[in-house]
Design a protein around this ligand. Structure first.
Ligand code: UDP
Ligand code: MG
Length: 320
């Protein structure tokens, strides 16, 4: 079905969910409470990212209550980026909002977001985290480092940015036309350059459960984000290499000089320093190359970004 046929709803909500059994029902009732008051045609897609708890069963139990609710389940955990992509492929709305399942992205912001889009002020409404009070200092430090690094390396300013955003159908279609497999939703929407209006919001505490991100996952996201948006680390390593070569050349002159003046053998310390420095510089360089190689590897494998286990209610054959 063509996404922009007249039957397309005005608004589609995409909710990636991973192990959210405790908070899901409460979140949905909040969400539908707000939706009923701000749009008369909408759909909600919860993308269950391979939860290992009862998230899917809870979701199915809610289907009878909300006719606009849909669920899609992955065969396993493919990550939030994949869940967002799956959502973007499913929904048909003329405006699409991505929001977390844990209540941290307050549904109360939706009317304002919609208003900005309806009166043509924005193709993208980007909800910006006004506070990070709900984060631990460690999470805040991580975010600060990540955003600083991203800004230095890619020029994208992601300070306060979140995945909580409204996208016009044009933006969604643009994102879906990207052939790349490795995705960083937040950065890609900024990259498209469509008119964006920021909207501040206070991050609410989680309804239930704990954050599902492990430090390892966050690190992988950071590497993905950087390697898919910037080749600067490669040129930094290259410049580092040049600098090292220059330093080595100067040291060579010094070594020659002490050999000529018979003052050699001293200099064990500088030797050690040099070996350690260039050894680690080598490893670093190889590591950076490896990160890009891995990225290219992921792209050329051409594997699907996710596999769908089940869709409820089951889509009619004529659709999609
Ligand atoms: N999430 C997901 N897949 C994952 C991890 C998280 O779909 O592998 C979802 C999660 O259910 C939530 C959102 O992504 O709806 C944000 O996750 P979380 O609250 O754990 O992260 P934070 O709020 O700390 O950014
Ligand atoms: Mg959260």
């Amino acid at each position: 079905m063509n996404p922009t046929t007249p039957t397309a709803p005005e608004l589609s909500i995409i909710v990636p969910a991973f192990n959210e059994q405790e908070g899901l029902a409460a979140f949905l009732s909040q969400l539908f409470g707000v939706l009923a008051g701000c749009s008369d045609s909408y759909e909600v897609w919860v993308i269950d990212d391979g939860s290992r708890d009862a998230t899917w069963e809870k979701l199915r139990a809610e289907l009878a209550r909300y006719p606009q609710l849909h669920g899609l389940r992955f065969t396993r955990n493919f990550g939030k980026e994949a869940a967002i992509l799956a959502g973007l492929r499913q929904v048909r709305g003329r405006a699409v909002v991505v929001m977390d399942a844990d209540g941290q992205h307050p549904p109360a912001l939706l009317p304002q977001m919609l208003e900005l889009w309806r009166n043509g002020k924005a193709h993208i409404v980007a909800a910006q985290k006004a506070n990070r009070d709900t984060d631990t200092w460690f999470a805040r430090l991580n975010a600060r480092m990540f955003n600083g690094l991203m800004h230095a390396l890619t020029g994208l300013d992601l300070e306060g940015a979140s995945d909580f955003r409204l996208l016009d159908r044009r933006v969604v279609d643009a994102l879906l036309s990207f052939p790349e497999k490795v995705r960083f939703f937040r950065g890609m929407t900024v990259w498209t350059g469509f008119t964006t209006v920021p909207l501040a919001f206070d991050v609410a505490p989680r309804i239930a459960g704990t954050s599902q991100w492990s430090t390892g996952q966050l690190m992988r996201l950071a590497i993905t984000a950087i390697t898919s948006f910037s080749a600067k680390p490669l040129s930094i390593v290259f410049r580092l290499g040049l600098f090292g070569m220059l330093a080595a050349f100067l040291l060579l002159l010094q070594a020659m000089y002490s050999w000529i003046t018979h003052a050699a053998v001293s200099g064990w310390t500088s030797m050690t320093v040099i070996v350690l420095f260039f050894g680690s510089a080598n490893l670093l360089g190889i590591g950076v190359l490896g990160a890009y190689l891995a990225q290219i590897f992921d792209e050329i494998k051409r594997r699907p970004e996710f596999l769908v286990g089940e869709i409820v209610p089951p889509p009619a054959h004529s659709l999609r």
